[in-house]
Design a protein around this ligand. Structure first.
Ligand SMILES: O=C(O)CCC(=O)C1=CC=C[C@@H](O)[C@@H]1C(=O)O
Ligand SMILES: [Mg+2]
Length: 369
């Protein structure tokens, strides 16, 4: 039973240890909202808004999520008790899209639900693995700088390297990486930087033995991706184009991709993530958990999700230290021999460190019954 008495929104501002550049945007400072919900017997559940400050990745922002939470989602949660997270999800099924706002509060509800049952969130979701493989993303920089960063991550033991590419920084970059690191498991993420006019250039990337190329074409497309996939040997992975289970079904039926990146924020939460995972498992499509440069709270949700059996490709879940001087969870996420332990404690299995929260929090809002 989930009977939420009070909700707090903690607005945070944290500086990344180094700026993160993709084909569209460079992120220096991360704004986020942590959601703290309190159940009837005093247990606390945590969620996180992973939208960025501006709508460059999807249409949502911290501001739109805040509006949705305050005006619609929090009132729905405080209105009555729910038997389980699915019951709460049904209560807001009338709301179109706004996936990151929904995922943030749904994540807090899942954490609370697991704590009420005194079980790890991973177990409640159906996780089967005690450890997950860890991959890391290298943002754009000069090629020399990227090679140096990759070398560091490889020696730290990361199981997979993802680089950001765009026209002009693709074949030349991958060529240099393969010269230096011929065998490293490598993939490239374009964040929609190409069109079908670039097909011959994209075909050249087949020679770099990439595990996959992520979202090469438009952020809302599955048709052109099907055309491209039919001409590429390298598997296409969809990220931005997959917002719901239905999108995943259609993309798989059309042959638009051979891999899917599941980010709970992008697909509206852990329930939808699990449905996409299960459908992909039935259709032999491997999946992995994507990252959003998030704090330890959302990273903890991602670790629990990644313990499910079809997450067979290392995701973008790296150590806290890769992002922050100090994370706001205790203990921070650490990587040993390229692996992260799935926590065994109840709920997320990490505690939010209140003094660090206070340090990075600009203001807190409180809502109650
Ligand atoms: O969280 C991480 O480690 C990196 C995440 C990452 O690569 C991305 C986060 C958000 C937007 C994009 O630039 C990119 C992605 O598309 O997957
Ligand atoms: Mg991506």
């Amino acid at each position: 039973m989930i009977d939420v008495q009070a909700v707090k929104l903690h607005h945070l501002e944290m500086k990344l240890v180094s700026p993160f550049q993709s084909s569209i945007e460079t992120v220096h400072k991360r704004e986020s909202i942590l959601i703290e919900i309190q159940g009837r017997s005093g247990q606390i559940g945590w969620g996180e808004v992973v939208a960025f400050s501006s709508p460059w990745y999807t249409e949502e922002t911290i501001g739109t999520c805040h509006h949705m939470l305050k005006s619609f989602l929090i009132p729905e949660l405080l209105k009555k008790p729910y038997q389980n997270p699915e019951g709460f999800i049904d209560s807001f099924s009338y709301i179109r899209r706004n996936q990151m706002a929904k995922a943030a509060i749904e994540g807090a509800v899942w954490d609370l639900y697991a704590k009420v049952q005194d079980k790890p969130l991973a177990a409640i979701l159906g996780g089967t693995n005690n450890q997950i493989d860890s991959g890391v993303v290298v943002g754009m920089a000069s090629i020399d700088h990227m090679l140096e960063t990759i070398g560091k991550h490889v020696s730290d033991g990361y199981k997979r390297i993802k680089v950001k590419i765009k026209p002009g920084l693709d074949a030349v970059l991958l060529h240099e990486i393969r010269n230096r690191f011929p065998d490293v498991p490598l993939m490239a993420d374009a964040n929609s930087a190409y069109t079908l006019d670039d097909i011959s250039l994209l075909k050249q990337l087949d020679e770099y033995n990439l595990i996959m190329i992520e979202q090469p074409l438009a952020y809302d497309d599955i048709i052109d991706h099907a055309v491209l996939q039919s001409q590429l040997e390298t598997p296409i992975c969809l990220d931005e184009s997959i917002i719901t289970l239905n999108d995943a079904k259609k993309a798989i039926q059309l042959g638009s991709c051979r891999v899917i990146n599941i980010k709970p924020g992008r697909v509206g939460g852990l329930s939808e993530s699990k449905k996409i995972h299960d459908y992909c498992l039935q259709h032999s499509i491997p999946v992995w958990v994507g990252g959003m440069l998030e704090t330890g709270v959302s990273r903890a949700h991602n670790i629990a999700l990644a313990s499910l059996p079809n997450f067979t490709i290392p995701g973008d879940i790296s150590a806290s230290a890769r992002y922050w001087e100090e994370d706001i969870i205790s203990p921070p996420v650490t990587v040993h021999n390229g692996k992260i332990d799935v926590p065994r404690g109840p709920g997320l299995g990490f505690e939010v460190n209140r003094s660090k929260l206070a340090k990075y929090c600009t203001h807190t809002e409180r809502f109650s019954k």
